[in-house]
Write a protein that binds this ligand. Structure first.
Ligand code: NAD
Length: 352
């Protein structure tokens, strides 16, 4: 049945293909800008420098200091540098950390962003920004941080090692899965989410078999775009809350945490979201969505337990306490004891 719904779309120009990084100049010009500040992590400075060279006089320089969790002191320093360089737009070449820096700068300067994502995290399609100050991460939603243009270049994902591609791809899949049971979901988001889950599942399987499988890389990047779009349009639930709590409390890596938690969060919500489970099963091509997800992460060689990515067993009780505090909406109410059990299972990789 088609229920009542509200639908909006976040505005962005999207270019998708191979070798599309040469379109950065065109996208910068389309913004009416002429001096682009190139942003990257120290590890991807080379990529930013190559793009800067291709821009010629339209480059205001390379600022290669992006870090995980968008520390405010780094943002303040880079802000002063780009003001000094008289930049009139930002080009973020990298994953969620680099796009996070661009968003933090856009919030403070009003400069528009051209994003060139090189992971599957999806930040480029959302108006959400997480920033860290004095060891605390604060998240805000503000339309000013949404990139104006996004360039997906399949070739730039070839250097992403397979284990990182897998965890980053499952990170993307988690956005699409939670979009299926979002409180503010709608039929268009469901369409995108199902298409995303199918593309990610097939594409990741292909690149685990052969890292440079271009058709597989295309599918995963396409699925990641759709997943990021879902993340930018509807609210997330238990899975994202748990990953936020676990990542923040135990300093666990972002994408691997998502990869471990996803099947457990879906198992928790199974009975409370029957329609979403049917969509998920269909998208995965399986009759049992929970077993299908456990099977997928195992086949892809993703980490299977929180213990193996560094969570101490002694932290399980605290994680369960934090998960029920300021809880996100979730199809099944968040019960402390049931969550303690979920985290205990995810910690040892026991399954559900
Ligand atoms: P990342 O951006 O931290 O990248 C991890 C490392 O991989 C970096 O050293 C990076 O330079 C390198 N790298 C990236 N792409 C590469 C490639 N193609 N080849 C080789 N190396 C590459 O990782 P991430 O998972 O994309 O981002 C995680 C961060 O993004 C977290 O802080 C998370 O909170 C944030 N995030 C935010 C949103 C949002 O909507 N605000 C959404 C998703 C993630």
């Amino acid at each position: 049945m088609v229920d009542d719904f509200f639908f909006r779309m976040n505005p962005a120009r999207v270019r998708f293909g191979r070798g599309t990084r040469v379109l950065v100049a065109e996208e910068v010009a389309a913004l009416g800008a002429g001096r682009a500040a190139l942003l990257s992590t120290p590890e991807q400075r080379d990529l930013a420098e190559r793009i800067a060279r291709s821009l010629g006089a339209a480059s205001a320089g390379v600022f290669g200091e992006a870090r995980m969790h968008t520390p405010v002191d780094v943002t303040d320093r880079v802000l002063a540098e780009i003001e000094h360089a008289r930049a009139d737009c930002l080009v973020a070449a990298g994953g969620g950390s680099t796009i996070g820096l661009a968003k933090a700068l856009a919030l403070r300067s009003g400069l528009p962003i051209v994003a060139v994502p090189t992971t599957y995290a999806g930040s480029e399609m959302t108006p959400v920004l997480g920033q860290t100050e004095n060891g605390e991460k604060q998240t805000l939603t503000d339309g000013r941080v949404l990139p104006k243009s996004v360039i997906y270049d399949v070739d730039l994902t070839l250097s992403l090692p397979v284990p990182m591609s897998v965890t980053s791809g499952i990170n993307a899949m988690a956005h699409a899965v939670e979009a299926l049971y979002a409180r503010d979901g709608n039929p268009i988001v469901t369409l995108m989410a199902k298409q995303s889950i199918g593309a990610l599942s097939n594409g990741l399987t292909a690149i685990v078999a052969e890292a440079d499988d271009i058709a597989g890389r295309r599918q995963v990047l396409y699925g990641a775009w759709l997943a990021g779009t879902c993340l930018g349009l509807v609210g997330m639930a238990l899975h994202h809350k748990l990953c936020h709590v676990l990542g923040g409390s135990f300093d666990l890596a972002h994408a691997p945490t998502h990869a471990v938690v996803l099947p457990y969060a879906v198992a928790y919500n199974r009975e409370a979201a029957p329609e979403a489970m049917e969509h998920l099963a269909e998208a995965l091509g399986t009759s049992d969505p929970v077993a299908g997800l456990f099977d997928l992460v195992r086949r892809l060689g993703a980490p299977l337990s929180l213990a193996e990515i560094g969570m101490p067993a002694a932290g399980i009780g605290r994680a369960a306490d934090l998960a029920v505090r300021n809880a996100y909406w979730n199809p099944r109410p968040l019960e402390r004891e049931a969550l303690f059990d979920l985290i205990t299972r995810a910690h040892s990789g026991a399954g559900f």
